[in-house]
Structure formats: structure tokens, C-alpha cells
Design a protein around this ligand. Structure first.
Ligand SMILES: Cc1cc2nc3c(=O)[nH]c(=O)nc-3n(C[C@H](O)[C@H](O)[C@H](O)COP(=O)(O)O)c2cc1C
Length: 185
């Protein structure tokens, strides 16, 4: 395996940071990797890539539009390629789902399995990763909604900077990336 493309869409930056984390791990494993913010760059050709990873943050149950458009635009070509999907979302945050394991199960199905099926894809891997909550930059309405959850976040996660809780498990993201390469061999 020589070349990978990661295409992502993000609203508050989480899926971008995750794309960089995945890219770093791929590069550590000797895979040349290009990372594209689908909002900023249009992709015209994908023939040169052996692996294509498409990811998004989730808001109100929805992916961002640009990676969805990418999946639609290249649907035929992607069917003949190794593809992986990932999402960053609040539903994957275990500390917030106490006693409600079905929240994560349902979200994984909706955001990843149904998305793959809709695009006629059989991905080699589906990555279901947590959120980054930044209380400094979130909109006031979001802060209003999240303030009640903040003590739970603070109890479960160390702030990476004041007011920033990264609920993602970086080891899980790295392992997912390595396993993905193993599955492709
Ligand atoms: C307005 C808003 C709506 C959200 N809706 C959902 C949702 O429906 N399901 C979910 O699991 N997470 C939801 N989240 C949490 C986001 O998925 C989480 O913040 C994620 O890190 C966003 O990724 P991004 O920064 O790449 O856009 C929501 C967050 C915001 C701000």
C-alpha cells in the first residue's frame, strides 16, 4: 500500500484534527498520505490512491455536506477501492452515555453503517470517534446546552487547554488506523 487520501468535513475542527492524527499514523507506517478539507479543495481525481478515508463531524444527526458530495461524485470509482469512513460525534462520548449504551449503538448505525449502505460502499473500517468540546469557541446556544454537561466532562476528561475537553481516545484512533492497514493486506 503506497498512497492514501483523507477527505474530511468539519464545523468546529474535530474531524480535521482526527484526519491529521490518522495521517500521522499512516505516515508512521510508511504510507504517503494526502489530507484534504473538502470545504476548501475540490478533488478531481482519485485513481492514484489505494486507500480513501472519508470523515465528518456530526451536527443534528448529519454529516457535513462536502464529504457527502465527494462520496456521491466518486460513488462508482469508490466501489472499486479500499474505503474507510469515520465520524466524530458526541454520541460516541462514553461519559455522556452513562446507562444508555443504545445511544452509541444507534448513532454508529445511523452515521456510519447507513451512510455506507446508502453510498453502496463496503468499507474496510468504520471509525466512531468522540468529540472535542471547546467552551471558548462554541456558540452561546451550544454553551447553554452544554454547561449542564460540563461537570461530567470535567470529571471524565482532563482539559487539554482551559475550557477544552478532548473526549477522543487517541490510542483508539491510532489502533484503528493500524488495523485498517492490516485488513487491507
Ligand atoms: C449544534 C450541535 C449539534 C450537534 N448534534 C450532534 C448530534 O446530532 N449527534 C452527535 O452525536 N453529536 C452531535 N454534536 C456533537 C458534535 O458531533 C461534536 O461536537 C463533534 O466534535 C463535531 O465535529 P466537528 O468539530 O468536526 O464538526 C453536535 C454539536 C453541535 C455544536
Amino acid at each position: 500500500m503506497s498512497k492514501a487520501l483523507i477527505v474530511y468535513g468539519t464545523r468546529t475542527g474535530t474531524a480535521a484534527i482526527t484526519a491529521q492524527d490518522i495521517a500521522r499514523e499512516l505516515q508512521n507506517q510508511g504510507v504517503e498520505t494526502k489530507v484534504v478539507d473538502a470545504k476548501k479543495e475540490k478533488i478531481e481525481f482519485i485513481a492514484e490512491y489505494d486507500l480513501i478515508i472519508v470523515g465528518s463531524g456530526i451536527q443534528m444527526g448529519r454529516w457535513t455536506g462536502e464529504p457527502e458530495s465527494f462520496l456521491k461524485k466518486f460513488q462508482k470509482e469508490l466501489a472499486g477501492k479500499k474505503v474507510a469512513l469515520y465520524v466524530n460525534c458526541g454520541s460516541a462520548v462514553e461519559a455522556m452515555n452513562e446507562g444508555k449504551p443504545e445511544v452509541a449503538t444507534n448513532a454508529r448505525r445511523r452515521y456510519l453503517e447507513e451512510k455506507a449502505a446508502k453510498c453502496n460502499l463496503a468499507p474496510v473500517a468504520l471509525g466512531f470517534f468522540g468529540a472535542i468540546y471547546n467552551f471558548n469557541t462554541m456558540s452561546w446556544i451550544m454553551r447553554k446546552g452544554m454547561e449542564g454537561e460540563r461537570p461530567k466532562l470535567a470529571a471524565a476528561y482532563k482539559e487539554t487547554q482551559p475550557g477544552v475537553y478532548d473526549t477522543r481516545d487517541l490510542d483508539r484512533i491510532r489502533n484503528w488506523t493500524r488495523e485498517l492497514l492490516t485488513k487491507m493486506q
